[in-house]
Write a protein that binds this ligand. Structure first.
Ligand SMILES: Nc1ncnc2c1ncn2[C@@H]1O[C@H](COP(=O)(O)OP(=O)(O)OP(=O)(O)O)[C@@H](O)[C@H]1O
Ligand SMILES: [Mg+2]
Length: 310
């Protein structure tokens, strides 16, 4: 592991997360993934998908329809059999240092991407930062800030085995945000959690999307969770079966959901207004409010990459 980014690829503005406007966050063209040779399973079969920067989308579909396969490909954890993928303006076929790409451009919240059991929550959040621009004390300070933001300021030195499932998942969210990725890929992050822990994780992703403009692509089986996003893409047999904005999908169910306990937690007043984000950790300590996941305030660059809010 290294403290600096020496030797890593030069970062593009998009890879730095500098611009989160209307540009394309993800572009997938004719994506096919066949597992095994010849007789294998066609997990994805010509998928086309565009996701704009700042969108919050849900991927749904029956078990085996290709959702995880798609997320793995977007996160450069796997290579397609055919087709093209661009993430944050980079064609993945041309990315040479995939570790650096993964560490800096995408944040992964996967159930199988477990925390390292022998490391504390703080150390787990620091791990991806060894591939990013934050070094030394700045890295530790940022990890603290992120854990405070997910409500775990009091659990910094706990190991995963000493945390609840919901707390572990929140550590995973903090870890995914470590290097300020422009795209978060979350594969059923609420799947193993009870409804209120699941709602809290969803709310963190939603706050992040609203406050920071981070693109979020969330796989879920839960239609109510999907209704909390902006758009639902449904896969079936490795193809896009449906792709609709949530407002058109089912306004009535959404309204019922908004009025439910879980819906109020997600859509409640404070969730509709992005969490006020302090400029840096000093202010955070003074005011006792959550720190920005990106180490900067809304509407300003505050702190650029390579330095932190410390
Ligand atoms: N490594 C692999 N080798 C062979 N086949 C695989 C592999 N991974 C997935 N598959 C197959 O590819 C298809 C798509 O799998 P994928 O994991 O993407 O589905 P999914 O939509 O995420 O399902 P679930 O909702 O159950 O998580 C399935 O038929 C699965 O059996
Ligand atoms: Mg899956």
């Amino acid at each position: 592991m290294k403290d600096t980014v020496a030797g890593a690829e030069p970062a593009t503005p998009a890879a730095l997360g500098a611009s989160r406007s209307r540009e394309s966050a993800v572009e997938v063209v004719d994506l096919t993934r066949i597992y095994g040779d010849g007789l294998g399973v066609k997990a994805l079969d010509g998928v086309c998908l565009g996701v704009r920067s700042g969108e919050f989308i849900a991927i749904m579909g029956p078990s085996g329809s290709g959702k995880s396969t798609l997320l793995h490909l977007l996160g450069a954890l796997d290579r397609p059999t055919a087709g093209r993928i661009a993430v944050a303006g980079r064609d993945l076929a041309t990315v040479r240092d995939l570790d650096a790409f993964r560490a800096r451009t995408v944040g992964l919240v996967f159930q199988l991407h477990n925390l390292i059991p022998t490391l504390t929550a703080l150390e787990n959040v620091e791990v991806p930062m060894y591939e990013g621009p934050f070094a030394g004390q700045a890295r530790r300070e940022r990890a603290r800030q992120l854990l405070a933001w997910v409500g775990l300021a009091g659990r910094l030195d706990h190991r995963p085995g000493q945390l609840s499932g919901g707390e572990r998942q929140r550590v995973a969210v903090a870890r995914a945000l470590a290097n300020r990725p422009s795209v978060i890929l979350a594969d059923e992050p609420t799947g193993s959690l009870d409804s209120s822990s699941g709602a809290e994780v969803l709310r963190l992703l939603r706050d992040l999307n609203r406050a920071e403009g981070t693109t979020v692509i969330l796989v879920t089986h839960d239609p109510l969770i999907a209704l909390a996003t902006d758009r639902i893409v449904t896969l079936r047999d490795g193809r896009v079966q449906r792709d609709q904005p949530v407002a058109d999908a089912d306004r009535h169910d959404l309204e019922v959901f908004r009025r439910s306990d879980v819906g109020r937690l997600i859509f409640g007043e404070d969730a509709l207004t992005p969490t006020p984000l302090p400029a840096g950790p000093d202010q955070e300590r003074q005011q006792g409010v959550r720190a920005s996941p990106a180490g900067r305030g809304v509407g300003g660059e505050g702190v650029s990459r390579g330095r932190t809010g410390g």
